[in-house]
Design a protein around this ligand. Structure first.
Ligand code: HEC
Ligand code: HEC
Ligand code: HEC
Ligand code: HEC
Ligand code: HEC
Ligand code: HEC
Ligand code: HEC
Length: 268
């Protein structure tokens, strides 16, 4: 997930630093989204009609859309029809409009059913969903909108989710076991599920960002104590004899890492 260019920052950059900063930011964003390969979904014989046409029949979505990060794509240099706005995801809509939306599947693309339209711009995400461990989007059992609202203000919540739902809560809709309240909470959870999991895919089991104990040692320093015969400490507990049993969570030790109702070190 390198080189992420946040739209809020892009806009701030436009206002504050003028042309030079804008150019720099655009160059950066081009590294993730190469416009030369962006081809909007193809619909045989149809033309682009522009967002204003949609409002007559889809007023709710069209009014919400200007708050969405994707509505700001027109700030970027290329303004070819279909590379921004509704039709960048849904394809040219003239036929869809001409028949008043009838036969909808035939003349309009719905990336809620097939993420191909998203991958036109987000090829890196396509690659993530092809890693050995991934959420089953490629298999057609899940889709982007279960985690990303394509039209509204907050793209990091599910399309039909609650207004306040974000990151951890979004995951909790399907993973209740990890998101329920615990007597002994692990403070790491407050940083969000994505401190330890890649949401799209990973080469590591359980979508982990790091496969070994370094996942934990980022936050829990490992120290040698000369005063205790160079013993290995993690936290205030001597771990010299423990670390050879495997990772912190597969060794039979911290196996309830999301929290526990009975054990303050999350053993079970
Ligand atoms: C003349 C009215 C009309 C206009 C204009 C119109 N649509 Fe539609 N659209 C419809 C109707 C009717 C449906 C079916 C809605 C339903 O069944 O809930 C529909 C459905 C859709 C769907 C859902 C397709 C699916 O497979 O579920 C999408 C996406 C869509 N429209 C996009 C657009 C976009 C983008 C525009 C503007 C470029 C647009 N529409 C303009 C009438 C219209
Ligand atoms: C970033 C890509 C993207 C853009 C841009 C986009 N949409 Fe969508 N649209 C989607 C996805 C994904 C779905 C499927 C949503 C779902 O299943 O909940 C969808 C669904 C729809 C539907 C079907 C109704 C529904 O809620 O399922 C309509 C109508 C629609 N979009 C219209 C529009 C209009 C009008 C615009 C511009 C104002 C627009 N879309 C811009 C991705 C996009
Ligand atoms: C026409 C190109 C295009 C299409 C199609 C497109 N996106 Fe994007 N999207 C972008 C650009 C450009 C950015 C901002 C730069 C970046 O993050 O690389 C972005 C950003 C995002 C972000 C991060 C926003 C943030 O605030 O950090 C998400 C999530 C996202 N897109 C999801 C989707 C999904 C889901 C679809 C399909 C329904 C989709 N995109 C279709 C171009 C596109
Ligand atoms: C299981 C939930 C989930 C699904 C399904 C999902 N995403 Fe994401 N996505 C996330 C989360 C969480 C983040 C925030 C990651 C971060 O901030 O490090 C994210 C970030 C992104 C970003 C911006 C950061 C980046 O990596 O460039 C884009 C673009 C994106 N997703 C596109 C998509 C597309 C396209 C799909 C469908 C093919 C999709 N996502 C499906 C949860 C999901
Ligand atoms: C719409 C439902 C849904 C949402 C939302 C969702 N997941 Fe999942 N998750 C699944 C499914 C389905 C699987 C695959 C289970 C399987 O293959 O047995 C899965 C698998 C996983 C796994 C791997 C489990 C294993 O045994 O390998 C992890 C870790 C995970 N999800 C974390 C997350 C995180 C973090 C989020 C939020 C960013 C999230 N999930 C959001 C449905 C969801
Ligand atoms: C401190 C790191 C960390 C955080 C934060 C974290 N996880 Fe995990 N998660 C792990 C580890 C380690 C495993 C593998 C051990 C296991 O199966 O419990 C795991 C496993 C999982 C699994 C697979 C469980 C199974 O039985 O196969 C799911 C699903 C999951 N996590 C979801 C989540 C969700 C949802 C969140 C956020 C609410 C989250 N995780 C936050 C470290 C973390
Ligand atoms: C994002 C940082 C972060 C990550 C990653 C993380 N933790 Fe924690 N963990 C904390 C914080 C903060 C506490 C609260 C205790 C404290 O103040 O030191 C804590 C508490 C604990 C405790 C309770 C003992 C104590 O010192 O209070 C254990 C055991 C623990 N973590 C194990 C793990 C394991 C095992 C992993 C890897 C799967 C892990 N942690 C990953 C931040 C993290």
């Amino acid at each position: 997930m390198s080189n992420k260019v946040n739209f809020r920052r892009l806009i701030a950059g436009l206002g504050l630093c003028g042309i030079l900063a804008t150019v720099a930011l655009l160059v950066q964003s081009c590294s993730t989204v190469d416009r030369s390969v962006v081809t909007p979904p193809v619909i045989e014989g149809a033309n682009f009609v522009g967002d204003k046409v949609c409002i007559d029949c889809h007023p709710k979505i069209t009014r919400a859309f200007p708050a969405s990060p994707h509505s700001r794509l027109h700030l970027e240099s290329v303004k070819a029809a279909g590379q921004h706005g509704c039709e960048s995801c849904h394809g040219p809509a003239s036929k869809h409009v001409a028949i008043g939306g009838a036969g909808r599947e035939k003349f309009i693309t719905n990336p809620g059913k097939d993420p191909a339209a998203c991958y036109e711009c987000h090829q890196d995400i396509n690659a993530e969903f092809h890693l050995p461990q991934h959420h089953p989007v490629t298999e057609g059992k899940m889709n982007c909108v279960q985690c990303h609202d394509p039209h509204g203000l907050d793209i990091m919540k599910p399309a039909r989710g609650f207004a306040m739902s974000r990151l951890n809560e979004s995951c909790g809709e399907c993973h209740r076991e990890q998101t329920r309240p615990f007597v002994f909470e692990h403070a790491a959870m407050r940083e969000g599920c994505i401190t330890c999991h890649n949401p799209h895919g990973s080469i590591n089991a359980k979508l982990l960002t790091i496969r070994d104990s370094n996942l934990c040692l980022r936050c829990h320093a490992q120290t040698r104590r000369p005063d205790a015969g160079a013993a290995l400490f993690i936290g205030n507990v001597e771990h010299t004899g423990y670390v050879r049993y495997g990772t912190c969570w597969t060794s039979g030790c911290h196996s309830s890492i999301h929290g526990s109702n009975t054990q303050p070190y999350y053993f079970y």
